[in-house]
Write a new protein. Structure first.
Length: 258
């Protein structure tokens, strides 16, 4: 089973890129972030014509997450992260597909830091950590996938000294990610590639993609059931070089059959 996560940076504006990538790589499950489309504007028919069933949580102009499944129907479990009924951001959706519970997330950016946006990021991280602990405790196959907006270590960022005050790399953010992983989750990319420079995001500015001046901020966290089945992982880096593409590249993992 091949599972991917992809921050599309606007599902309608990048739809040709998304459909081309789906056609070329045919992942079984896909988590999308930054749809930037209200609920009624999600391109459901185009996604269905590509062979995928979908559930999504949209929001006008901002945020938005979706889960796509090929030859399966995602069974929605929830479409908001628990812990703050006043939080209206469309940043989380959870579904069961083929015996796997999937949490697709778009964690807040948090800049400028310090400030209210950074406080919101850390509070959101706390809510995610509380919820993930409950998911982990159930003991079933679970994965958390998406744009976490955090570079966990200096290996995950080009020229880390330039990012020390950024919300994605501040000590509080990295500590929050470390606390989350310490519940027993496996960072899929780092399990297979513990020392390699791997990026998932390249800014549109300063020729970042050509210079490989990137960040690793899109992650898969696997429960033990899935970590034991992990056989491959990677980044479809070439997609970042396509015309009118997202500033993220798709990240994927492959799981062996049970």
């Amino acid at each position: 089973m091949k599972i991917a996560t992809y921050n599309v940076n606007g599902v309608n504006g990048r739809l040709p890129v998304l459909l081309r990538w789906l056609n070329e790589t045919t992942p079984d499950l896909v988590c999308l972030q930054e749809l930037k489309a209200p609920q009624e504007k999600f391109p459901e028919k185009a996604i269905q014509d590509a062979g995928y069933n979908a559930i999504w949580h949209g929001q006008k102009s901002w945020n938005g997450v979706a889960i796509l499944a090929r030859n399966a129907q995602p069974e929605e479990v929830r479409r908001a992260l628990p812990g703050d009924p006043e939080d209206m951001h469309s940043r989380y959706i959870e579904a069961s597909v083929n015996g796997i519970l999937i949490g697709c997330l778009y964690l807040p950016n948090g800049n400028p830091a310090p400030g209210p946006k950074f406080d919101y990021k850390l509070e959101w991280f706390k809510r995610l950590t509380v919820h993930s602990a409950k998911l982990f405790a159930v003991g079933t196959p679970v994965l958390l996938a998406g744009d976490f907006n955090v570079m966990p270590t200096e290996l995950d960022v080009y020229k880390p000294e330039r990012w020390v005050d950024d919300a994605l790399f501040r000590p509080e953010t990295r500590a929050a990610f470390k606390k989350l992983v310490a519940q027993g989750w496996t960072d899929a990319i780092r399990k297979l590639y513990p020392e390699e420079i791997i990026y998932t995001f390249w800014d549109y500015f300063r020729n970042a993609y050509a210079r490989n001046a990137g960040l690793r901020i899109d992650h898969f966290l696997l429960s033990p059931h899935l970590s034991n089945r992990l056989i491959a992982a990677g980044v479809d880096r070439n997609v970042r070089g396509w015309e009118k593409t997202s500033d993220h590249a798709p990240v994927w993992i492959e799981l062996a059959d049970k």
